[in-house]
Ligand binder design. Structure first.
Ligand code: ZN
Length: 234
């Protein structure tokens, strides 16, 4: 190899990774990296690179994408699905959510759900489908957001390769930071298709919860929330 040869130009994913590293940020599967991608045009170029690499994956799987019309466009379809649909929570900025002050000084427990959760496990990239409930107890100084915004935020967090336990902590952190409620409770009940699909029957269904503030410290509040979720959620 000639030492004087210029280094091969970095791929776009390498350049994006270098920007993230320079900023000292994490880029795990469930981290959002939208701020390091320069607009729709660059995202389009990243889609080209991902499509190319998925084509390589299909070739490694010894699938004849030339004569098999079913898989001819698969690499492009999967790249598009990953970047713009099922993993969009990594590549797109947080949806716009406008907070407003608690002018009426509401202090009643409010529950949103069941919100449909569509995610994928970080281990196998296979779907996780489930239902989510969010309970918020506002204080006089809390911010509020419209009810539909909770599902938008949840969708943004879940549309990434996830781990169920980390997903609800990320969602709780996000809601807590924006609303500063007196109490916050999140319950997620989900089916892990990597278990169903691969025939590993154990623990395919998983329920977990995060309790903050009054729901953590007050057993009565927690009980009230869980009873309402069970009564309404089915
Ligand atoms: Zn899995």
């Amino acid at each position: 190899m000639d030492d004087s040869a210029p280094p091969a130009p970095a791929s776009l994913s390498e350049r994006i990774r270098a920007r993230i590293q320079a900023a000292g940020q994490r880029y795990h599967a469930n981290d959002n990296i939208a701020q390091f991608i320069d607009g729709q045009q660059e995202l389009g170029a990243l889609e080209d690179e991902v499509a190319q690499r998925i084509q390589g994956l299909l070739e490694a799987l010894v699938i004849d994408t030339e004569s098999d019309h079913n898989t001819h466009g698969t690499a492009r379809r999967v790249a598009r699905m990953f970047l713009h649909e099922v993993f969009k929570g990594r590549y797109y900025p947080m949806p716009r959510v406008t907070e407003f002050p608690n002018a009426e000084r509401l202090n009643e427990l409010m529950i949103v759900g069941p919100i449909t959760v569509r995610s994928a496990c970080s281990h196998h990239l296979v779907p996780i489908l489930g239902k989510l409930w969010i309970g918020v107890l506002p204080s006089e100084v809390s911010n509020l957001v419209g009810l539909s915004k909770y599902s938008r935020l949840a969708d943004w967090i879940m549309s990434r390769p996830q781990i169920q336990e980390e997903a609800i902590v990320q969602l709780a952190d996000l809601i807590e930071a924006r609303l500063r409620p007196e109490g916050l409770a999140v319950v997620l009940e989900a089916d892990h298709f990597c278990m169903h699909w691969r025939g590993v029957k154990d623990e395919s269904h998983m329920i977990n919860s995060v309790m903050r503030g009054v729901f953590l410290h007050n057993a009565e509040s927690r009980k009230e929330f869980l009873q309402l979720v069970r009564g309404g959620g089915g």
